[in-house]
Design a protein around this ligand. Structure first.
Ligand code: A2P
Length: 318
């Protein structure tokens, strides 16, 4: 398995297991099975509401001797209602307690969006706090403290645009080490990828399969189905692989970490095997031609009447 190497030589397996949308009762079995198959990188978040299940699976895998803590790479994310320097440590401690761990390998600011502390889900303008009230650099100070204290070995962000990354780079002491964003052939984000690569910020691709199981409210009518793309299917057929394997392998070839979600043993195995699939330059070029700047997770849920956030600003389109 290929790794991404951090500046202190720590290595993160390039292929991990996604856990967004995995129900609490499913995630336990999925993580146990994944570790048995060979996955060593699990991507979690407080807001997924299933970290206790992940933790139980990790604990049992370690207890039974399949894997050691040091061999695992565990990522989690700070939710929007815990922005602000003083709120980071309590949120991280809760995540560590749910996961049954004494450190995370990577802790990310989940979104450049701040909620009121008592509003984990924000629905109206009053539930949000603007980034003028809680600057990203304040939250970042809390993240730096988490790293300093060894509770998170690495720190980074998710869903940040180049401007927001620059704010942290210029205003912070520790460089963000990761930006986890939606990336797949329909949303290749060439500019953001180049920006991160030029600054030594690693990338992780979320929703690499087009997130077909996301809630209906997040779906558009007649949206293109990535797993059924004709070019992807043709390459898959030629290589006797599945479309999902082609999508996963494409990200690995771009040196971008990838975290397909599955709770199905057969698909967990299939996705893991994609780490060994080789794509030719020609195939990579064919896939590159599929970009259509299509977001499946479009962030519209942060846009409320009179609220402080717009998707144009969020995605740096202004
Ligand atoms: P399941 O969990 O039942 O396997 P994403 O990672 O882009 O969010 O996509 C996750 C979705 O893709 C889930 O619905 C998951 O279903 C499905 N999925 C995962 N692996 C595969 C695969 N190899 N082939 C088809 N669908 C898959």
């Amino acid at each position: 398995m290929k790794n991404l190497t951090f500046t202190n030589e720590d290595e993160m397996p390039i292929l991990g297991l996604g856990t967004w949308k995995s129900a609490p009762h499913e995630v336990y079995t999925a993580v146990k099975e994944a570790i048995r198959i060979g996955y060593r990188h699990i991507d979690c978040a407080a807001v997924y509401g299933n970290e206790e299940g992940v933790g139980k699976a990790i604990d049992e895998a370690i207890a039974s001797g399949i894997v050691s803590r040091e061999e695992l790479w565990i990522t989690s994310k700070l939710w929007n209602n815990a922005h602000g320097e003083e709120n980071v440590m309590p949120a991280l401690e809760k995540t560590l307690s749910d996961l049954g761990l004494d450190y995370l390998d990577l802790y990310l600011v989940h979104w450049p969006i701040a909620n009121q502390p008592d509003k984990p889900s924000a629905r109206s303008a009053a539930d949000f706090r603007s980034l003028k009230e809680v600057p990203l650099t304040d939250t970042w100070k809390g993240m730096e403290k988490a790293k300093e204290q060894g509770l998170a070995r690495h720190i980074g962000v998710s869903n940040f645009n180049a401007k927001q990354l620059t704010e942290l780079i210029e205003g912070g002491t520790v460089m963000p080490e990761m930006n986890q964003v939606e990336l797949h052939p329909y949303l290749q984000q060439a500019q953001l990828v180049r920006f991160c690569e030029n600054r030594g910020i690693h990338l992780t691709a979320y929703s690499p399969l087009g997130s077909p199981d996301r809630p209906a409210g997040l779906k558009a009518e007649d949206e293109p189905i990535l797993l059924e793309d004709a070019a992807i299917m043709a390459i898959a057929e030629k290589k006797k692989a599945s479309p999902a394997q082609i999508l996963i392998s494409w990200s690995i070839h771009r040196e971008i970490a990838v975290i397909p979600k599955s709770v199905n043993p057969k698909r967990l195995k299939e996705n893991f095997a994609a780490a060994n699939l080789k794509l030719t330059e020609e195939e990579m070029e064919q896939i590159e031609a599929l970009n259509r700047d299509r977001r499946y997770v479009d962030g519209k849920f942060w846009e409320v009447e009179g609220g402080p956030y717009t998707t144009a600003e969020l995605w740096g389109e202004l």
